[in-house]
Design a protein around this ligand. Structure first.
Ligand code: B3K
Ligand code: ZN
Length: 873
């Protein structure tokens, strides 16, 4: 496979202004007729060949302006079709045959259960018909779908239905027209025996929009939350960004087999059923919130992605980073903002930091790739969103909104670049963002070493910041970035944020300073008391910030910081320091001693009166094993697990009564609602229960069993089941698992949870369970949700995946080898844990590399090839 370079970008030689498609659906032999209205690109010379992308297509006929082409007038290759001589403007007619039932890659047109559906981003449309499959070719579409009337009563595509009718042989058709020019990656088609739930939305200019969610009949009771979320998102985008929906119909379809969460096809969003269906009995609070976020994300793409799209796939973060930022802001506005930020950042610092430090590290705008499907990453999405967040903070919301308005009006209907976006922000704000652009081209996580000193005599605090970004593959040398650091100086006597004066300028009590050089000194004057600095508040930049905090400093910030995020972070840092000692003790075979300061900090949290239970639940949650691992120079899986378990159990033993009191105080028998107050109380209660269960406290066990058996809502049931399953007692685990598995055998999304819970247990039988469950009737290697639930969850089970006999690695490699043939996109994602081999001890390194070599010896898809080559480079 060949790499593609950003620097090679050229506009297409020919563009398509209008596309007419006719699908005659058949599982084994679907016919696709395409009539493309083609014209030469004004910037390109006459006489160039027409090159169309096409893969796995059987060409049946081809004609230009009605004239069938002779065999020597065109060439077919593995990648597409070439016509050497074409006029400057013409109609191209082709007919191809494809086999949706054999499409296990789930790209292009495929079958999911009895239905037909499509996934075209990034390059799936070329598996449907010959086409210039690139986002800078934008056309209006008219699509006729023909199918069997009995088995496929519903035939959907983008835009508005304009005609329908009966055909001979029990077939029928519907014609759809999408008036908005779009790239083919936004094309969608769905056909199946689906039922709909319908609602309406009146837009800010008073237009009525019909909203439909299409599902299989048995899921009709699981759409309320998605519909409510959609309406909230539509209103929010009008109020916050001034964006109005632009068609009369907006449809969401739930499908069971889907590689990602969802897809923003124009007017016809296709969703993984896991990302849209909810019910109090089957979905957890986290799932409700995830659905809300994804529904909003796909809807927001209607402007940030569809109306204004990407010029080429290197610009992917243009739409994804901006849209993630928009959905995060939405979720923060409609739920608990501090908790949303804590959740997003803890995920980011665990998973994106690991990506940025590994062999597949890449800039937010990569400059080359082999397979774009490998670039739907945390870096493109989440780091891209952090960059947009920094921009918003740098220029302020009002200028940001003006910049956003300018961007949408100036580039409406166009395919543009990241520079186009940032230059609107620069223009609207008057800021110079040249150095800031480096965030897009430079990979790796910047590390900031901070030092501070208070001078009593001069009443000054000197803060020195040094930045360096470690080398990443292909980028040995890094330049200094423009890093906004939001900070406060918390007075050690008053416990209050002190007034900040920098270079004679008064900045208030919470301010942003700008680090632009490798090293900079900031001197804050007129400080009557010594401060503890609270740095990078709210995670003001995607950096690692090191400051030599003492444990007393951290306990102080945990108690006094006015920034909720940093208060939480101080607690995490305090726990991490204690964990460091315990990890060392474990490795050296020394007796472990619990740090009393952590216990006192927890006691204060548990007994204090808090107004924010959701944040308190986060503060009582220890850093995850994965996050602790991120902080270690070399990951010692067993020591990390033992140390964390030790802290948890020590806290539980000492504060048992306090945890029990918190549990009891937060029980609630009122009917389930996914509302912030209820969610907060549930999470606090469940955190408390997990401490009690960590010591298998008698009363805790009883409460967990009661909670499981009460079947009040899935959040509580699932949490209790997890605690019982992860306990050391099989007499607790087995009956609960059995009961749950029997009760939910009919519901694939719940069975996914059942799979995950058991294969993530710390007990030594996790791997055997995976093998056993791979033969379970509810498991299937061709369904991405199942693969993630069983294999993906096991690969996150740190002690068991990293078994010293290498069996965990072997199992994953076996699955990757099979998936490489079935579904390359999923296969490439599943390898990720093996690519991180450099972080482990020598024995594990060798075992992991051996499995990567074994994969490399296969006949590889470009997706898997690219990842494996990087991992072994
Ligand atoms: N844009 C889609 C991504 C689909 C890519 C699959 N290869 C989902 C989203 O970000 O909204
Ligand atoms: Zn997206």
């Amino acid at each position: 496979p060949q790499a593609i370079y950003l620097s090679d970008y050229r506009p297409p030689a020919y563009r398509v202004t209008h596309t007419e498609l006719t699908f005659d659906l058949d599982p084994a032999a679907t016919r696709v007729k395409a009539r493309l209205h083609v014209e030469r690109h004004p910037e390109r010379e006459a006489g160039e060949a027409l090159e169309l992308d096409g893969e796995q297509l059987t060409l049946k006929s081809i004609a230009i302006d009605g004239q069938p082409l002779e065999e020597d007038e065109y060439q077919l290759t593995e990648q597409g079709l070439r016509v050497a001589r074409v006029p400057s403007r013409f109609l191209l007619d082709t007919e191809v045959e494809i086999a949706p039932e054999r499409n296990t890659a789930l790209e292009g047109l495929y079958r999911s259960g009895g239905m037909f559906c499509t996934q075209c981003e990034a390059e799936g449309f070329r598996r449907i018909t010959f086409y210039p499959d690139r986002p800078d070719v934008m056309a209006t579409f008219s699509t006729t779908v023909i199918g069997d009337a009995a088995s496929l009563p519903v035939l959907l595509s983008n835009g508005n239905p304009v005609e329908k009718g009966e055909l001979p042989n029990g077939r029928h058709f519907v014609t759809w027209e999408d008036p908005h020019p779009k790239p083919c990656y936004l094309f969608a088609l769905v056909a199946g025996d689906l039922k709909k739930v319908e609602d309406h939305f009146t837009t800010m200019s008073g237009r009525d929009v019909t909203l439909q969610i299409w599902v299989e009949e048995e899921n009709l009771g699981k759409t309320d939350h998605a519909m409510a979320s959609l309406k909230r998102a539509m209103r929010w985008d009008e109020e916050t960004y001034g964006r109005e929906y632009d068609l009369d119909l907006f449809m969401i379809v739930a499908v069971n087999d889907f590689n990602m969460g969802a897809m923003e096809n124009k007017g016809l969003n296709i969703f993984n059923s896991a990302a849209v269906l909810t019910h109090p009995d089957t979905a957890t609070d986290a799932a409700f919130q995830r659905v809300e976020g994804i529904v909003a994300h796909e809807y927001f793409h209607n402007w940030s992605g569809n109306r204004v799209t990407c010029r080429d796939w290197f610009q992917l973060s243009l739409k994804e980073g901006f849209t993630v930022f928009r959905d995060q802001s939405f979720s923060a506005d409609v739920n608990s903002a501090p908790v949303k930020r804590i959740e997003d950042v803890s995920f980011f610092r665990t998973a994106q930091f690991a990506e940025d430090a590994g062999p597949t590290a890449h800039p937010v705008r990569p400059d080359h790739y082999i397979e774009i499907g490998n670039f739907y990453t945390l870096t493109i999405y989440e780091k891209g969103a952090e960059i947009v967040r920094m921009l918003r903070n740098l220029v302020g919301w009002e200028a940001f909104r003006r910049g956003s308005d300018l961007y949408f009006s100036r580039f409406d209907g166009q395919a543009v670049t990241i520079e186009d976006f940032v230059s609107c922000m620069a223009e609207a704000s008057g800021h110079n963002l040249d150095q800031f652009m480096l965030w897009y081209s430079q990979a790796g996580t910047p590390e900031i070493d901070a030092h501070g000193e208070y001078d009593y005599a001069r009443a000054e605090y000197r803060l020195i910041l040094r930045q360096r970004t470690p080398a990443t593959p292909g980028q040995p040398d890094k330049q200094a970035l423009h890093i906004p650091i939001r900070l406060g100086l918390v007075g050690t006597k008053s416990g209050r944020d002190l007034a900040l004066t920098l270079d004679g300028e008064s900045l208030g009590r919470d301010a942003v300073i700008h680090l632009r050089e490798d090293e900079q000194e900031f001197v804050f004057t007129d400080l009557a008391e010594a401060p503890v600095p609270s740095l990078a508040r709210g995670f003001s930049a995607p950096i690692k910030l090191n400051f030599p905090y003492s444990r007393e400093d951290l306990a102080f910030l945990l108690a006094n910081d006015s920034d909720g995020f940093n208060r939480w972070d101080a607690g995490q840092r305090l726990s991490l320091l204690a964990l460091d000692d315990l990890i060392a003790a474990h490795r050296n075979g020394v007796e472990k001693v619990m740090d009393g300061r952590v216990i006192e900090a927890f006691r204060t949290l548990l007994t204090g009166d808090t107004d924010d239970k959701a944040v308190l639940a986060e503060m009582l949650t220890l850093p995850s094993e994965a996050y602790i691992a991120e902080q270690q120079p070399l990951v010692d899986v067993d020591a990390i697990h033992a140390a964390r378990q030790f802290v948890k159990q020590s806290l539980a033993r000492t504060l048992r009564d306090e945890f029990l009191a918190v549990y009891q105080a937060n029980r609630d028998d009122s009917p389930y609602a996914p509302e912030p107050d209820q969610i907060a109380a549930r999470s606090l209660k469940n955190v408390a229960l997990s401490y009690l269960m960590s010591i298998e406290d008698e009363e805790g066990v009883e409460l967990a069993q009661q909670q499981f058996e009460a079947e009040h809502n899935m959040t509580d049931v699932r949490h209790a089941l997890t605690l019982l399953t992860h306990s050391s007692r099989d007499d607790l685990a087995d009956p609960a698992l059995k009961a749950f598995g029997r009760k939910w055998a009919h519901d694939p999304l719940v069975m996914d949870q059942w799979f995950s819970i058991q294969v993530s247990r710390p007990q030594a039988d996790a791997l055997e369970r995976v093998k056993f469950l791979m033969d379970h009737p509810a498991f299937s290697l061709t369904n991405p949700n199942k693969v993630r639930a069983l294999i993906g969850a096991f690969a996150q089970n740190r002690v068991n995946f990293h078994r010293l006999d290498g069996e965990g690695y072997k199992l994953l490699a076996d699955v990757v080898i099979e998936l490489n043939r079935l579904n390359p996109e999923i296969a490439a994602r599943m390898i990720t844990p093996l690519t991180r081999w450099a972080r482990y001890d020598e024995t594990r390194q060798e075992l992991m590399k051996a499995e990567l070599e074994r994969i490399r010896a296969e006949d590889l898809s470009p997706n898997v090839y690219e990842v494996v080559e990087k991992a072994l480079a």
